[in-house]
Design a protein around this ligand. Sequence first.
Ligand code: NAP
Ligand code: MG
Length: 539
Amino acid sequence: MIVPSTMRMAQAAGALRFASRVKHTKIPFGAHALRSYATSPDLYDELTTPNGLKYKQPKGLFIGGDFVPSKANEWFEVTSPATGKKILDIAEGKEADVDTAVEAAETAFNEWSRLPPYTRSRALAKIADRIEERADVFAAVETWDNGKTIKMSLGDVAQVVQTFRYYAGWADKITGKVIETDEDHFNYVRKEPLGVCGMVIPWNFPLLMVSWKIAPALATGNTCVLKSAESTPLTALLFAEVIKDIPELPKGAVNILSGFGPVGGAISSHNGIKKVAFTGSTLTGRRVLESSAKSNLKKVTLELGGKSPNIVFNDAKLDEALDAALFGIFYNQGEVCCAGTRLFVQEGIYDQFVSALKERAETLKVGDPFDPEITYGAQTNAVQYEKVLNYIESGKKEGRLLTGGAKIDGDGLFIQPTIFVDLDKDSTVAREEVFGPVLAVVKFKDADEAVKYANDTEYGLASGVHTTSIEKAIYVANNLKAGTVWVNTYNALTPELPFGGYKASGIGRELGEEVLNNYLETKTVRIAGISTGLGAPKL
Ligand code: NAP
Ligand code: MG
C-alpha cells in the first residue's frame, strides 16, 4: 500500500510519541520513523547474510500456519544496527491482525490441547532439532538484525535448542494429584491448559525470548500469539518458517506478529487471550498489567528491568571476579536485563581491582559483530543508543570516568565499554537501568553494608557474590532481595533454573519447572460418598 504523505507524517508523529517514552532520549526518531511502505506482495525475500549465507527470509505475519500480509497491507523497514543499512521490508501487524491470530489460536487449541502429551513432546523435540539444523542461519540473522556478535548469537541459538528440548521433556509429565482428606471423599486435582496465551518480547534476545515463552506454553497444551520487538523481528519469522510443517503441530498453534507497541497493547487487552507473558521495561509492564485489569483479568507474568548488584569481597579470587565483573556488564553489549550494572567492591581490594578492571576493559574489542575477534557489537536500536549516551553524560558529572565514555564514529551504533568509579550509590548511573555497556563501581566496607547497598533499589532481578568464604556467600545470598544470586559466576542462565524478579523486576518466574504453573489452571474435584454412600452435606 502506498501511504499518502500526510499519513506518513501521522505515522512519524506516532514514532515520536513512542520515542519520547524513553527517558533521556532526545533524538526525534527511532526505528519507527524509518518505516517505509513496500508494495511487493511477495512474502519471502532471498537474502545473503553479511557472512555469506543464502537463505529465504519470510516477511509476512505468521497466522494460522501461513505467512500473510497484514490486513492493512502495511510494511516497515528492518535495519542492521551495525551498518545502519536496510535489510528488507516486512509486514506490519496491527490490532486487527491480533483478532485473526487469536481466532486461529483458538481453533488450534481445540486440537493441540487434546493431543496425547507424548505427541506434544515429539513436536517440541522436532522444533529443537529443526532450529539446531539451521543454527548457522539463525545466528547470522540474529547478528544482522540485533547487532550482537556471531559468537553470542550461536550461544543464544544453542540455549534456544536446549530450552525446547527441556520442555519437550516436561510436555508428557504434566500431572495432577490425588489428595487424601478422609474416608468418605475422593479428591483429585487436575492441571488444565489455559487456552490462547499472548506473548510480548523485547529486542535484546529476540530468538531466546521466543523459546522462553513458546516452549512452556506449548508443553502445557496452550496455543500462542507472540509479538516480536519492532527492532528485531527476523529470527521469530524464521522460527515460524522452520516449525511450519511439523505434522504434530496444528496450524495456528503458534502465531507470530511483527509490529509496534500497540500490537502488544492489543494482545494485553484481548478478551480471547487467557494469559500474557511479557518481557520488557518496567514502564510497559505496568501498562500490560493495567490492560489485563481493564479487560478480562487475564493472568499476567512480567519479566522487567533490573539494576543488579555484583559484589566482590576482599577474599574473592580476583582473576575470576574480574572476568565475572566484565562478563556481567559487557555481555550482549550490556543489553541484558540481569546485567551486573552496579559493581560493589570491598575497600581492601578496591584500588587494585579498579585498576585491573580498567586494564582489562581496554582490551575489549567493539565493532563488526561478524568478526570473530570482536568482544561486543552494536547497540540494537537508535533510541536505546541515544539513551545510553545520555546516561554516559550524566555519569561524567556524577563520578570519575575510568574508561570509555564515548560513541565510536561511523554508521553503526557502537559505544565504548564505559566504567564509572567513585560514584555515590544514589547517583543516576548507579540507580537507573541504563541497558547498555556502562558500569557503575561503588566501594563498600563489610557484608552488611554490601547487602544494604545492593538491596537499596526498586529492582530485584539478579545479583552476584564473589568470595572464597562459603559462610559469607550463603549469608549474603540469603539476604539479597533478588530472584537469582550467582556465586562466583555471573549471567549463568540455564533452562532448568527458574528466573525472574523481586520487586519492580517482575511478577512470576520463567524457566524451570516453575514456569509451567503460569500456563496451567488448577481444577479441584471432590467426590463424596465413597465409604458412606452419602453425598452432599445436609442443612
Ligand atoms: P519495552 O519498550 O518495554 O518493549 C518490550 C515489548 O513491549 C516490545 O515488543 C514493545 O514493542 C512492546 N510494547 C511497547 N508498548 C507496549 C504496550 N503499551 N503494551 C504492550 N506491549 C508494548 O522494552 P525494550 O526496550 O524492548 O526492552 C528492554 C527492557 O526489557 C529492559 O528494561 C530490560 O531489563 C527488559 N528485559 C527484561 C528481561 C527479564 O527477563 N526480566 C529480559 C530481557 C529484557 P516495540 O518493539 O514496538 O517497542
Ligand atoms: Mg534490527
